[in-house]
Design a protein around this ligand. Structure first.
Ligand code: NAP
Length: 465
C-alpha cells in the first residue's frame, strides 16, 4: 500500500503541474469591446506616450508640460484644481490642445483623487500610462495655524503627500503594460537634511516617531511628528515623505512592474508662484539672493527642462534614483551670474544643462527603512490606498512550480504538527493556512483516490519499504 503522503505528493504534483498553466487564467479572447477600445486608443494617442502630471497650471508643471508637448511625442493629461486658470495658461503658452487634456483634480480631497482616476481611466481607453509625475504642491510657511483639507488633514501634508500616495496606488496598476513606465515624485532639497538648504536652516524635516500620522493626522493633529504646527516644517516633512515613498516604491515594485521610480530636486525656482504665501519682501529678495549669492537659482523654463529630461532621457529609465543637476546649488554665483542676470544655463551654473544630470545623494532620513515602513503602513490606513501584493519575479521553471506546490502543502501539514500545544510554546495555536487536524490532505487523498483509484505500490516506489 502506498503511503498517503506519497499519494498526496503525487496528487499535489499533478495539481501543481496544472497550476503551471495558471498564467493562462488571465488570458482573454479579444472581445468586441476590447478591440473597440484599442482602436479608440490608437486614434486618440497614435504612437504618443501618455503622461499624467499634477499641477500643470503654474511653474514647474506648466513648463514641463510645455517641453513635452513641443516634442510632439507625448499626450499630456494635466491634473489641476482650477480648469479656467488652466485654459488661460494653455492659451498663453500655446499648448497643442489635441495633445493636452486638462482634468479636474483637487489634491485637498481624496474623493477628488478618486474621481480624477476614474475620469482618466475612461479617457485613456485602455492605453497604459507611460509617465506619472507628482508635481503639484502648496507651501504655507507663514501660517500661524494649520489649515485643514476637506478630509481633515493639514493641507500641505495632504496636497503634497497623502493624495499623491493614494493616486499612485490607483494608477500604478495601469502602468505595467507600458514599454518604459516611469513615476517621478518632485522632491526638494529642503526635505533632504544632508544639504545646507535642508539641514542648515530651521526647521529641519524630521518625522521623529510619526506619532501624529500614527494617530490619524486629523484636525487638530497637524504634524506628522505629532508636535505643534510649523508651516515650513510641514512642507519640508511632506517632501521628505515623497522622497521616502519613491524609495519604497522602488524596493517593493520596481522588479515586478518594470516601473522606474524616481524623485528629483529641480533646483530653486525662486520666482515661481510656490512662494505666493511668503511675505512681499521675501518674494522680492529671495530670487536675488538665490541668483547672486548662493547660485542655486534656476529659472522656470530651465527647471521644466529638467523634469522633462526625467520623462524623456533614456538614462532616466533607471529606478531608485534622486535626480539632481550640476552638483546642486553651489556654482553660478559672482561675476558670471551678474553678467547673465542670474540665468545661467549649461555647465558652470546651478542651471546645469542636459549632461549635468547626476544621481544625487539622499539623506539618512530619506533612506531610513524602519521609518519608511511605518510611513507606508500609516499612510495606507489614512488614505485607504490598496496596493498590489509585492513579490520578487520568479523563474518560470515548471519543475519549480510543481515542487513548490507539493512542498508548500506538506510544509503546512508539518507546521500544524509543530503548533500542537506543548511546554514552551507561547504562540497562540495557529492554522498554518489550513484547517486543523490535517483536513486538507485527507480530502485531497480522497479526491486523488476517486480520480486515479488505488495506485500500485511499485508505481509510487514504496514496495521496497
Ligand atoms: P507653483 O508654481 O505654485 O505650482 C504648484 C502647482 O500645484 C500649481 O499648478 C497649483 O495649482 C498646484 N496645486 C496646488 N494645490 C493644489 C491642489 N489642492 N490640487 C491640485 N493642484 C494644486 O510651484 P512650483 O515652484 O512650480 O512647484 C512645483 C513643484 O516643485 C512642487 O512640488 C514644489 O514643492 C517643487 N519644488 C519647487 C521649488 C521652488 O523653488 N519653487 C524647489 C524645489 C521643489 P494653481 O495653479 O491652481 O495654484
Amino acid at each position: 500500500m502506498q503511503s498517503s503522503a506519497t499519494r498526496l505528493l503525487l496528487a499535489v504534483s499533478l495539481l501543481g503541474a496544472a497550476s503551471s498553466f495558471k498564467w493562462m487564467e488571465n488570458f482573454q479572447m479579444p472581445s468586441i469591446v476590447n478591440i473597440g477600445k484599442s482602436m479608440q486608443a490608437d486614434s486618440k494617442f497614435g504612437a504618443k506616450k501618455l503622461v499624467v502630471i499634477t499641477g500643470t497650471s503654474s511653474g514647474l508643471g506648466k513648463m514641463t508640460a510645455r517641453a513635452l508637448l513641443r516634442t510632439g511625442q507625448y499626450h499630456v493629461v494635466g491634473g489641476v484644481r482650477d480648469l479656467d486658470k488652466m485654459e488661460a495658461v494653455a492659451e498663453v503658452e500655446e499648448f497643442d490642445m489635441d495633445c493636452f487634456t486638462p482634468m479636474e483634480l483637487d489634491l485637498n480631497s481624496f474623493s477628488s483623487v478618486h474621481n480624477f482616476c476614474d475620469e482618466l481611466d475612461a479617457f485613456r481607453s485602455g492605453k497604459p500610462i507611460d509617465r506619472l509625475v507628482c508635481n503639484a504642491a502648496v507651501y504655507q510657511p507663514s501660517l500661524d495655524y494649520a489649515k485643514f483639507s476637506e478630509d481633515g488633514h493639514e493641507q500641505q501634508m495632504q496636497t503634497n503627500f497623502l493624495s499623491h500616495f493614494l493616486m499612485i496606488s490607483k494608477l500604478m496598476p495601469e502602468m505595467g503594460d507600458a514599454p518604459d513606465p516611469r513615476v517621478t515624485l518632485v522632491g526638494s532639497v529642503t526635505g533632504n537634511d544632508n544639504t545646507v538648504g535642508g539641514g542648515g536652516v530651521y526647521p529641519v524635516a524630521d518625522l521623529k516617531d510619526l506619532e501624529g500620522l500614527g494617530a490619524g493626522a486629523k484636525d487638530p493633529i497637524s504634524m506628522i511628528d505629532g508636535y505643534n504646527f510649523n508651516g515650513a516644517k510641514g512642507y519640508k516633512d511632506s517632501k521628505l515623505c515623497l522622497m521616502m515613498l519613491s524609495n519604497m516604491l522602488h524596493d517593493k515594485y520596481h522588479k515586478q512592474t518594470g516601473i522606474a521610480f524616481s524623485s528629483i530636486y529641480p533646483g530653486c525656482i525662486a520666482e515661481s508662484p510656490l512662494f505666493r504665501e511668503k511675505r512681499p519682501w521675501f518674494r522680492k529678495y529671495f530670487p536675488v539672493f538665490m541668483k547672486f549669492v548662493t547660485g542655486g537659482f534656476v529659472g522656470e523654463e530651465e527647471a521644466g527642462q529638467r523634469l522633462f529630461q526625467v520623462m524623456h532621457d533614456p538614462r532616466c529609465s533607471k529606478s531608485g534614483v534622486y535626480w539632481g543637476w550640476n552638483g546642486g546649488p553651489r556654482e553660478g554665483r559672482g561675476a558670471e551670474a551678474i553678467e547673465k542676470g542670474g540665468q545661467i544655463a549649461g555647465a558652470g551654473g546651478a542651471g546645469g544643462g542636459w549632461d549635468s544630470i547626476f544621481e544625487n545623494d539622499q539623506s539618512d532620513k530619506v533612506c531610513d527603512v524602519e521609518k519608511s515602513a511605518m510611513l507606508w503602513k500609516y499612510t495606507t490606513q489614512i488614505t485607504g490606498a490598496e496596493w498590489p501584493a509585492a513579490y520578487q519575479p520568479k523563474s518560470p521553471c515548471p519543475t519549480l512550480t510543481v515542487v513548490a506546490a507539493a512542498t508548500s502543502l506538506l510544509n503546512r501539514k508539518e507546521e500544524l504538527e509543530r503548533m500542537k500545544p506543548k511546554a514552551g510554546m507561547v504562540a497562540s495555536s495557529g492554522s498554518a493556512g489550513m484547517p486543523s487536524g490535517g483536513g486538507a490532505p485527507a480530502v485531497l487523498d480522497q479526491v486523488f483516490k476517486k480520480v486515479l483509484g488505488e495506485l500500485p505500490d511499485e508505481a509510487v516506489g514504496t514496495a521496497a519499504r
